[in-house]
Design a protein around this ligand. Structure first.
Ligand SMILES: NC(=O)c1ccc[n+]([C@@H]2O[C@H](COP(=O)([O-])OP(=O)(O)OC[C@H]3O[C@@H](n4cnc5c(N)ncnc54)[C@H](OP(=O)(O)O)[C@@H]3O)[C@@H](O)[C@H]2O)c1
Length: 341
């Protein structure tokens, strides 16, 4: 295909799929590589296999949430291929078991339904009971509902699944991670954190559906919560050897649009291969941040296309007071499930 035609096709694809790619495209704030932190040779087209080429991850135990689909599945596959013992979670044990059984290497399935805080508690307890303690955790699972307001236990659903469920899980895993001496936590966020969240950042007075609901803003808010959770966690873990970073995988052709309106799903199915990364490319950044020796010790950073980046403009992804408030509100919302953490 000649370049002019390819470009035309890309532009019409972006136009058709605009509600889906908002926050994932190339518009909006300027993103520049943060040269004050270690940079690597990898970029937008690198794959998870490429960023781990030559690595032997034997001895590492990596927990990946949402291992049965999209980025989680590719992450599970590549980390197991490199010798890590991967604990893969799925909303049901069957889903996780099917994914774990389909990859080469050592993978153990565990059930984790993030809309249930009790499931997060049970997941951590099961790992403890089986002495399956991870030294790397990749908080990957997530949803974009696209539809009407849905509440789970009185709290907006994407905030619950994408943020609070992982908040409970990580709090229960922290003692083991600290004990590991050297450990990494990777949060799979999104560019939507700074292109799609409400202008004021986390709208704390609207987490229970009190105000206007806009599904894409609510998704952006949940992804901003991923970034702020990572930031506050990195602050609390300073000096412990445990790092916490957040990444944006890029726009990736996965099942994330499964609940989008039919026309949008069709546009993504049709044009996704042109405008989006493949799962192999999309998983590269989280796999790089979870494993690469070049960034050992880096914490509190935000990564895109396999490098730490700065983002121009008014946004809240590095807003420390907001991160501290989010931590306090998250504790309050999940208090009964944090006992013993
Ligand atoms: N794809 C993109 O363009 C893109 C862009 C930016 C950020 N992200 C982020 O990347 C992450 C992975 O998404 P993906 O693109 O790989 O999408 P995906 O193919 O839809 O995979 C999402 C995974 O999350 C799991 N999940 C959904 N709801 C859950 C719940 N209530 N409890 C536990 N697990 C649940 C899914 O399990 P089931 O299959 O059982 O539902 C699935 O394993 C998400 O955090 C997403 O926000 C994706």
């Amino acid at each position: 295909m000649d370049l002019g035609r390819r470009r035309m096709l890309q532009l019409s694809a972006v136009a058709a799929a605009t509600p889906l790619v908002a926050g994932c495209g190339t518009d909006g704030p300027t993103v520049t590589v943060d040269t004050s932190l270690p940079n690597g040779p990898f970029g937008a087209e690198s794959t998870a296999e490429e960023v781990t080429a030559g690595m032997d991850l034997a001895g590492q135990t990596v927990l990946v949430t949402g291992c049965n689909s999209g980025l989680g599945y590719e992450t599970l596959r590549v980390l197991a291929l490199r010798g890590a013992h991967v604990i893969g979670t799925g909303r049901t044990l069957e889903k996780a078991a099917q994914a774990c059984a389909s990859v080469e290497g050592k993978a153990t399935p565990v059930a984790l339904e993030l809309s249930s805080f009790q499931s997060a508690v049970d997941c951590a307890a099961q790992l403890q009971a089986q002495n399956l303690l991870p030294n790397v955790v990749i908080c990957n699972a997530g949803i974009n509902t696209f539809g009407e307001l849905e509440l789970v236990n009185g709290i907006e659903k994407m905030f619950v699944v994408n943020h609070l469920g992982h908040f409970v899980l990580i709090n229960h895993l922290l003692p083991a991670l600290r004990a590991a001496g050297s450990a990494r936590i990777v949060h799979v966020g999104s560019r939507s954190a700074y292109t799609g969240a409400p202008a004021q950042g986390i709208d704390f007075d609207n987490l229970r559906g009190e105000g206007v609901f806009d599904a894409q803003q609510a998704y952006g808010r949940s992804k901003l919560a991923n970034a702020l959770f990572s930031l506050e966690l990195s602050r609390r873990l300073q000096g412990t050897g445990v790092t916490s970073n957040v990444i944006h995988p890029g726009l990736v052709k996965t099942n994330i649009a499964r609940t989008a309106p039919g026309w949008l799903r069709s546009a993504f199915d049709l044009f996704g291969g042109v405008i989006a990364k493949s799962p192999a490319q999309g998983a590269a950044t989280q796999v790089y941040v979870a494993t690469h020796p070049a960034i050992k010790g880096v914490s509190g950073a935000y990564f895109e296309d396999c490098n730490p980046v700065n983002v121009s403009g008014d946004h809240h992804i590095f807003d420390v007071p907001m991160a501290q408030r989010l931590w306090a509100v998250s504790e309050e919302m999940t208090a009964p499930y944090l006992q013993g953490a």
